[in-house]
Design a protein around this ligand. Structure first.
Ligand code: PEP
Ligand code: MG
Length: 850
């Protein structure tokens, strides 16, 4: 054996030994806790992070001294112990110390088969993990027992030109080195960093005396936990397997038995009732002392229980919520701790169907995860087909190059939406999030042939209309076929948990709701009001679209007012319903925003149909549509610009809002003070002009009804100029709401609909740390936000400030807005629960920091 530089850098874990999570890792610390509680933990030695670092550098601890504590002929295991279990670590190695002599001795006590199985297992593991030989060389084939051991030893010798190490010290050195180096490998580092580990995250190791799990009297190994890991409800789950080691019992179909009495087969409770009872009482004690639901790894050796390890039970998000609520209700942890233990993002899993994590994934294409949840259905390529499928009760996934406002009904009908183009704030993404429909956008490696109704993936796979696919809007993956799903569960624990969040947070959470259905969802998720109601979405229903098109084509004021008089009652009915649903909570209605030509057909057939519907010549329809075409519609005649050039639309909307609010009050429902918001403002004068008209409408309604409508006027800050001029603008309005989708687009000069094509490459190259449409750009867009907020407040101290772009539901943006003194954030319905939790965590952390 090579001469090694040695130093003593290990600590035997006892109840008083100086073991800390920051130096020895979670496992070492947890084992010490188990020892303190008097659990039967085999002798364990912990190697600290710096020891493992030195091992990588070639400096080994004094392994002779280390092993001396384990007696003559030591037999040990080594396990990883990083600071956080989520960061992973190299797999455990068992049975270090097995050699020819030990094998011969164990043949006497355990029997030849059991002893040979142990030795063989160790030779294979050592050869592959410590010496990096090919695993296939050690495939025992048809041989077992001593013959298989001899074959493995021969294979080792042939490959390495040396005997299989017989010295336990040498074996341990090999294992420690390989585990330490595995932790430093690039792939392990990237993986743990993706899970939140810092760059210099250390690895500790624990060396533990083997509790063999094999022997003449009852011996074996198992796992026990006290909740159902999917639901989180109390239930003993796990497995035990006689004559086994480690986690063997958890491998399906290998003769493992149930833990509790079970009609389907033998159980540990029947086989070893006393040990079973001990495990149950250990489980109860662990829950209280370690303040979590723990999974115990145990071994029975010659009828005696050994607790090898305990880790927090891996669990679904739904189970995680259930567990923290139960722990807080049992006063094991505080409510604040419960709130801090769940990542807001994890709630997506509770709110949406999820692909069963045990299902193998056959990914056919990847795109940008735009709206969470999973959906399976038949592939369709047009909104009309999606609606037809929905009418027949069939689930479908709508695949389009990109979507436009005309697709809203098709998207609503579809179970999922897939687009070839677009980013996280593209039309498809925004609408899908609002509807709660899983969505993947910017899947640029697929090509859709709308005419042939086919979709071709990058590797040449051709899918046709009607083929089954599954979309995972949480990961951005598209899978072939329909795969099993886990359904969402909004149970009592979920409601209780978010109620606690509401008690803690100090920033308002509203919902972006365009329809009564959205409003219902927002109210269901306890949003404090509507922060953005995009009224244009109300015009895409079949009956309204026609009236809208008539309005656009009207040449004379009389024709316009005729079309508007048909739209007015529809709008009024929309608002009345939304006001009623929100039951007195504030509702912020944004006046019409999109360019008018979005309501017009662009294909020949559509134009022909329109010409027929309007009774106008086709050529005139074609010419009018052509004349409205804009080179850059996002920066063209939209938002308040439309309000100034075709003012009748805003007049009609203001009237509908006032009448609806007065109707609500007259009908005995909770009164509402509507908020009217002007989109895409860039000049103060725009606000002045529109405000005057809206006040005139209010005066007219007051004259007709004998009651003065009450309302609050606000401006959407979504152009850089509006942010810069917020001081002037604030003099004319009660609130400013930052539309960070357009503001990001205009600050960067980056099209929100096209950025998806190259965003991945930009982020990979570090040009942008994140997609700015997804994570608020604090430096640039953020500066406009703080600037706008402070200039606005300086001019009008009581000015209400909010954000209503897609960033509204995101933790970092909420923290930013809270720091900047905003009153509320508003986000799509399914993000409301996440935002409620995120806001509570931000308040808790800032109280801690202060
Ligand atoms: C925005 O621009 O941030 C916004 C909320 O408006 P929209 O997404 O409808 O343009
Ligand atoms: Mg906008």
């Amino acid at each position: 054996m090579q001469k090694l530089v040695t130093f003593k850098a290990f600590t035997t874990i006892t109840s008083t030994a100086p073991i800390s999570r920051n130096q020895h890792g979670y496992r070492a610390k947890c084992l010490q806790r188990l020892i303190r509680m008097g659990l039967p933990v085999p002798r364990t030695v912990a190697l600290a992070f710096d020891t493992v670092e030195r091992i990588v550098a070639g400096r080994l601890p004094d392994v002779r001294d280390l092993l001396a504590g384990f007696g003559d002929g030591p037999l040990v295991s080594v396990r990883a112990s990083s600071q956080n279990p989520a960061w992973g670590g190299p797999a455990s190695v068992l049975n270090i110390g097995m050699n020819d002599a030990r094998h011969a001795a164990l043949c006497e006590t355990l029997g030849v088969a059991a002893a040979s199985a142990l030795y063989l297992r160790f030779i294979q593991t050592y050869a592959v993990r410590a010496v990096h030989l090919d695993a296939a060389l050690f495939d025992p084939g048809i041989e077992d027992g001593p013959a298989a051991v001899a074959a493995a030893l021969r294979a080792y010798e042939a490959e390495t030109d040396s005997h299989f190490p017989q010295d336990p010290e040498e074996q341990l050195v090999g294992v420690l080195r390989s585990m330490a180096r595995a932790w430093m490998s690039t792939s392990a580092r990237l993986l743990r960093q993706a899970r939140g580990a810092p760059v210099g995250a250390g690895l500790g190791l624990v060396v533990q005396e083997m509790a063999l799990g094999v022997g003449a009297t009852e011996s074996g190994a198992g796992i026990i936990q006290f909740i159902d890991p999917t639901t989180g409800r109390p239930q003993i789950t796990g497995r035990y397997k006689s004559q086994s080691q480690g986690r063997d019992a958890m491998r399906a179909g290998e003769g493992a038995m149930y833990l509790t009495r079970d009609p389907r087969g033998p159980s540990l409770q029947d086989l070893c009732p006393q040990i079973f009872d001990q495990l149950v009482s250990h489980g109860e004690a662990l829950r209280t002392r370690l303040r979590d639901e723990m999974q115990i790894e145990f071994t029975i050796q010659a009828d005696r229980l050994a607790v090898i390890d305990a880790v927090t039970v891996p669990r679904s998000a739904r189970a995680a919520v259930q567990v923290v609520v139960a722990l807080a209700e049992d006063e094991v942890i505080t409510r604040n701790e419960a709130l801090l233990r769940i990542a807001p993002r994890a709630l997506n899993e509770v709110l949406h169907p999820l692909i069963d994590p045990d299902t193998p994934r056959q990914v056919i294409v990847r795109g940008i995860a735009a709206s969470p949840g999973a959906a399976a259905g038949k592939l369709v390529f047009s909104s009309a087909t999606a609606q037809a499928m929905a009418a027949q009760g069939e689930a479908c996934i709508l695949a389009k190059r990109e979507t436009s406002p005309e697709d809203v009904r098709g998207m609503h009908a579809a179970h999922g939406v897939l687009t070839e183009r677009g980013g996280v704030t593209s039309h498809a993404a925004v609408i899908a999030r609002g509807l709660g429909v899983p969505c993947v956008v910017g899947a640029s490696h697929l090509s859709i042939d709308k005419k042939a109704r086919t979709l071709r993936t990058a590797d040449g796979q051709l899918l046709r209309e009607g083929d089954l696919i599954t979309l995972d809007g949480t990961t951005g993956e598209v899978l072939s076929g329909a795969v099993p799903m886990l359904q969402p569960a909004l149970d009592d624990a979920f409601e209780t948990f978010l109620g606690w969040a509401d008690d803690m947070r100090d920033i308002g959470i509203r919902v972006n709701a365009d329809t009564p259905a959205d409003a219902l969802l927002g109210a269901r998720f306890a949003a404090e009001g509507i922060g953005l109601c995009r009224t244009e979405h109300m015009f895409f229903a079949e009956d309204r679209l026609t009236a809208m098109r008539e309005l656009i084509f009207a040449d004379l004021p009389a024709d316009r007012s005729e079309a508007l008089s048909r739209l007015l009652p529809m709008q009024r009915a929309d608002f009345t319903e939304i006001f009623r649903i929100m039951a007195g909570k504030p509702v912020c209605i944004r006046l019409f925003d999109p360019p008018l030509h979005e309501f017009l057909p662009h294909d020949r057939q559509g134009m022909l149909d329109l010409a027929e519907a309007l009774g106008r010549p086709f050529t005139e329809v074609q010419r009018r549509i052509e004349s409205m075409r804009e080179y850059n519609p996002m920066l063209g005649l939209r938002g308040v610009r439309l309000g100034l050039t075709v003012p009748e639309i805003y007049d009609m909307q203001a009237r509908a809002i006032f009448e609806a609010a007065l109707d609500i009050e007259a009908g005995g429902d909770a009164p509402v003070v509507p908020e009217i918001m002007l989109p895409l403002v860039s000049a103060c004068r725009e606000v002045e002009i529109v405000k005057t008209r809206i006040e005139a409408v209010a005066a007219a309604v007051a004259g007709e009804r004998g009651v003065e409508p009450v309302f609050r006027l606000g401006v959407m800050v979504e152009t850089p100029r509006a942010a810069l001029r917020a001081g002037d603008i604030a003099r004319h309005c009660a609130f400013l709401s930052f539309g960070t989708n357009d503001l990001t687009q205009m600050t960067y000069g980056l099209s929100r609909d096209d950025a998806g094509r190259f965003m991945g490459s930009y982020v990979r190259q570090g040009v942008f740390p994140e997609d700015p449409f997804h994570t608020l750009d604090r430096e640039g867009v953020g500066e406009l936000l703080t600037l706008g907020a402070s200039r606005g407040r300086a001019a009008r101290p009581e000015l209400v400030l909010s954000i209503c772009g897609e960033h509204g539901g995101n933790s970092e943006s909420i923290a930013f807005c809270r720091d900047a003194g905003f009153d509320h954030v508003s986000c799509s319905p399914y993000r409301v629960p996440l935002a409620r939790l995120a806001a509570a965590q931000i308040a808790l952390k800032s109280a801690d920091a202060g």
